[in-house]
Design a protein around this ligand. Sequence first.
Ligand code: GRF
Length: 208
Amino acid sequence: MVLGSGAGSNFEALANGAADRYEIVAVGSDKAHAPILARARRRAITCFTIAPQDYPDRGTRDAALADAVRRQRPDWIALAGYMRLLGAETLAVAPGHTLNVHPALLPAFPGLHTHRRALSAGAREHGSTVHFVTSELDAGPAILQARLAVRRHETQETLEARVKAMEHRIYPQALGWCTAGRATLRDGAVWLDGRALSEPRIVDETDL
Ligand code: GRF
């Protein structure tokens, strides 16, 4: 299943890339009007919203989210622009089976506004990372990274568009590796095709 808060372009890419590799059983959001939910409804996928304003505190909200997720019995959870940290209860629903896509070459630029920060830091390379989710923000072991060379006159908007186009390729690929049992998380390391990765697999924009 997929959790997201925003536009849902990565959800769309995951749904388009499903083929016989995986099935998206449900989409959950923290925002009732998030476009990602409209996209899911158009595909007749089960949707739910756990909105923070409906709960007195983080603990009860996380318990409700964990409940809603558990009810879908997902084998894998893919975060696709989900703008909240998962609490311990939700993380425990599919431990080692929860993925995220982050718009930067982690460990560089965890957190928000990655394109702006990459540009102001004068980064020559930028990209996106698919990684396993742990309790630390944007810090879980990375499976696959998409890398691009930052161009002269690049803006946040051009960078975001280039990064998203690459995310739409690498996220279905990495999820497919996971659901096929090719990529796993073992003792804090990513294993791919029977070997521990010392660094994530990398694809360059020029290869896509
Ligand atoms: C993506 O850039 C993803 O890396 C980040 O949030 C954005 C979501 O975009 N985690 P979308 O909603 O999938 O279009």
